[in-house]
Design a protein around this ligand. Sequence first.
Ligand SMILES: [Zn+2]
Length: 238
Amino acid sequence: MFLDSSAFVVRKTRWGRGVFARRELPAGFVIGDYLGIVDVPRDEGVDALYAMMLSLYRWVYPVEPKRSEGVHVVNHSCEPNAGIFPHRGHVLLSTTRRVFAGEEITFDYWMTQPEAGEDWHRCLCGSSFCRGSFSMGSARQEELVRRLFISNAWAGAKRKVRVGEKLAPLPRYPRSTRDLAAYNVFGHPELAPEEVYDEKLDHARLRALIRETGRRVWLPRSGSLVYGSHDGRLIIDA
Ligand SMILES: [Zn+2]
């Protein structure tokens, strides 16, 4: 489900479908909620490709995922502009930086390593920071799952959802979501960077600036370009 369907359009892409912003959106804008039928994790079947993890033992499967429109259509990128946000037993998708009109919405799928013989996690996102696969190292993936889905996922939820239950929209959604350390935040790869003359900005303030402006940061005094904040480190071309 999209919270405001007038803000998004689903279009065909080279790989299938994708979700595009129809207008500029600030960082922390709640794009939508993963709704559907709650079930145990399954690795097989088309519907599993569109499923979202709610916890270690519960996933939500969107109804008629190939025909319906919503956040389940959002594609993966290794240089994303959105991220998942556990909230009261649901998983929301929200922007992790300012998004510009016409941009495709993407988030990092954070998948587990494929089993031997599986290669369907190959990534074609085209980013210069592409790691070549939707999956990430097991240790990093486990850490993210532990941090987001075990400690936070059920916070504020009325109760745990049961298998076969239909996850209905929440009565209220947050106006915006905060930055989470788990996100990798990158400025838009093609737009002119934000110029900053204050060279004393630390990591947290540079990250906040990228998030707020949606752009990379150019530090003319030192001649450095800050691409983003990745796994707790700044990515800088000096
Ligand atoms: Zn990639």
